[in-house]
Design a protein around this ligand. Structure first.
Ligand code: SF4
Length: 434
């Protein structure tokens, strides 16, 4: 029996009560079927327009990035892979030199790069390389023109949204300090499409919250300040390490639902407004038009989704708040909500509305989960790309989890688009059945 078998036998299938609620959680440990943290580069490089992501990896890593970001080939790319071929330990000194050469050449050719991320991956020759030291060494050489940071996107350590968490956590130590006597500032944490970010910034301006920072900033060089007077609000549920790093610098989290749908977005905005002492009447006045537009748009989609049974396989860490939205606002029935990692503190309020019949699972054992999907036969299963085709072949309707990360889905204006992402595969299924 190897270590994996042992873990597998001990931990899977055991339901244990969560510390914060008496809800049983099925813990799964086994084979995983998700993209690695390198995938986050696809949306992060669009967001941080003066940053460059240099993956230190293998041909597989280069291949993943090229195929996942196929459309970007026509644009001036802001990511690349430095391929580390197999080498023994004696060759590691050469590897460091080679990495230095690649970085120096890149920065010579691309004077527009202001922040360079060295992104680690899983091949053993990369694991042996100390990227933190390399970032420090190269950072000293290229200072102050370029800031050089590192994080890991390795599939051994990260699922695909954790790549963003690792990247943002790497930025926190270099954020400027907010002076102790500065007024309270709001910080939105999590990468959002620019259009959604602008909508939220407009709403916060209407609420009279004057000073609002965003992490990641569109220009990685314009990082917002952080300190004990920072109140941060998470826009994404997969940012545990970033939250911890911010708290290490004194920032305090604003507890709220995540801004999906009418309920989540209203709660998120109200929580921030309360923290900044905004008059509740003004808060309601500011959020009313968007809330009403979203409510009307969702009411048109509800008949297509109401009563439909849904299972989430663990993938993006968006599962819990999206399940809450689909259940509470569209009347869907949650069969199983699986997530790679359940952050109990960040998700406590999200879980409050889950009925006792909802099966909650954490971690992945792909075979067992697929068996449960086959037994449950939900109307729709949200899963990774690799599992979607086999399930469709078995007559089950699926939704690719990765689309939820690439699409604008936060906020009032996007609530109907989010619901539509689930309604479309069901419509397609109905048409095929006809
Ligand atoms: Fe594959 Fe690991 Fe490279 Fe990701 S980091 S593409 S899992 S080799």
């Amino acid at each position: 029996m190897n270590a994996l078998d042992l873990l597998d036998g001990c931990a899977a299938e055991q339901a244990r009560p969560a510390a914060d609620a008496q809800r049983p959680i099925l813990r799964e440990r086994g084979q995983r079927e998700v993209f690695c943290g390198l995938t986050g580069i696809i949306w992060l490089h669009r967001k941080m327009q003066d940053a460059f992501f240099l993956v230190v990896g293998s041909r597989t890593c280069a291949h993943l990035l090229q195929s996942a970001a196929g459309v970007m080939i026509f644009a001036e790319p802001r990511f690349a892979t430095a391929i580390m071929e197999e080498r023994d330990l004696a060759g590691m000194v050469d590897a460091q030199d080679e990495l230095d050469r690649v970085v120096n050449r890149l920065l010579e050719r691309r004077p527009d790069i202001r922040t360079l991320f060295l992104v680690g991956s899983c091949p053993s020759e990369v694991i042996k390389l100390d990227l933190a030291k390399a970032a420090q060494r190269l950072g000293t050489v290229h200072m102050p023109r370029v800031r050089i940071l590192n994080y890991s996107g390795s599939g051994i350590e990260t699922t695909f949204t954790q790549g963003e968490d690792a990247c943002l956590a790497a930025l926190v130590p270099v954020m400027p300090a907010l002076p102790a006597d500065a007024p309270k500032e709001l910080l939105i944490v999590g990468s959002l499409p620019d259009i959604v970010e602008d909508q939220f910034l407009r709403l916060f301006a209407d609420l009279g919250i004057a000073s609002v920072g965003v992490l990641p900033a569109r220009n990685a060089r314009d990082l917002p300040a952080v300190g004990p007077n920072t109140r941060y609000i998470l826009a994404q549920p997969f940012l545990g390490d970033t939250a911890m790093a911010l708290e290490g610098r004194g920032a305090k989290r604003i507890e709220a639902l995540f801004p999906f749908g009418v309920e989540g977005t209203s709660d998120w905005l109200r929580a921030a407004a309360r923290e900044f002492g905004v008059d509740p009447a003004l808060t309601e006045q500011v959020i009313a038009p968007g809330r009403e537009r979203a409510r009307i748009a969702l009411s048109k989609l509800r008949p297509q989704l109401e009563g439909k049974r849904i299972t989430f396989l663990p993938d993006s860490q968006l599962e819990v708040p999206l399940a809450r939205f689909l259940q509470n606002e569209l009347g869907m029935e949650l069969v199983e909500v699986g997530t790679p990692y359940l952050h109990r503190a960040h998700l406590a309020r999200e879980l409050e509305s889950f009925g006792a019949q909802v099966r909650l699972s954490e971690g992945q054992h792909v075979e067992r989960q697929l068996d449960r999907v086959r037994a449950d036969r939900p109307d729709i299963t949200v899963c990774g790309l690799g599992l979607a085709n086999p399930l469709e072949m078995e007559g089950l309707t699926t939704k690719w989890a990765i689309e939820l990360v690439f699409s604008p889905i936060h906020g009032f204006e996007q609530a109907a688009d989010l619901a539509e992402l689930f309604a479309r595969p069901l419509r397609r299924r109905d048409l095929l059945e006809v």
